[in-house]
Design a protein around this ligand. Structure first.
Ligand code: MG
Length: 164
């Protein structure tokens, strides 16, 4: 059994009156993320981590924001496609770990649902999915409420890696 590690990072700006999607669920807020897609910054970081681990490029390569077909798209659809790509290359997901930096609202009440939603979307057990949230103590663009950052780390396993 071989192993591949990947990391992903994404940022979206925050604006009043937009929906706030994170880890595939809607967070109750009067502000949300500016984006071509639904703006799910956590799923975008996760997709990049998966693609990175498999050395399959990045989310912008596969789903360009210049393509009208992806306007307003549910990022869970993108995540499913990325998981299919990794599976087609004979990789399986070992675990995923996500950190979201957002000043408000507090994400604690959403964490379990986020983990369950991501696990169901990827077709893996929820025990393999970690979602963590932090503020930045009001420092920087996140702390001023101007944007949200997310990081993801992924471990892939692949039997075809042995001996390469
Ligand atoms: Mg993005």
């Amino acid at each position: 059994m071989g192993y591949r590690i990947g990391n992903g990072y994404d940022v979206h700006a925050i604006r009043e009156g937009l929906p706030m999607w994170l880890c595939g669920i809607k967070v109750d807020s009067d502000k949300g993320f500016v984006a071509h897609s639904d703006g799910d910054v956590a799923i975008h970081a996760l997709c990049d981590a998966l693609l990175g681990a498999a050395a399959l490029g990045d989310i912008g390569l596969h789903f360009p924001d210049s393509d009208p077909k992806y306007k307003g798209i549910d990022s869970k659809v993108l995540l499913r496609k990325v998981v299919e790509m990794t599976a087609a290359n004979e990789y399986a997901i070992g675990n995923v770990d996500i950190t979201i930096a957002l000043q408000e609202p507090k994400l604690r009440p959403y964490i379990d649902k986020m983990r369950e939603t991501l696990a169901a979307t990827m077709g893996i057990d929820v025990s393999r999915v970690s979602v963590k949230a932090t503020t930045t103590e009001r420092l920087g663009f996140v702390g001023r409420g101007e944007g949200c950052e997310a990081w993801a780390t992924v471990l892939l396993t692949g039997k075809q890696l042995t001996g390469k």
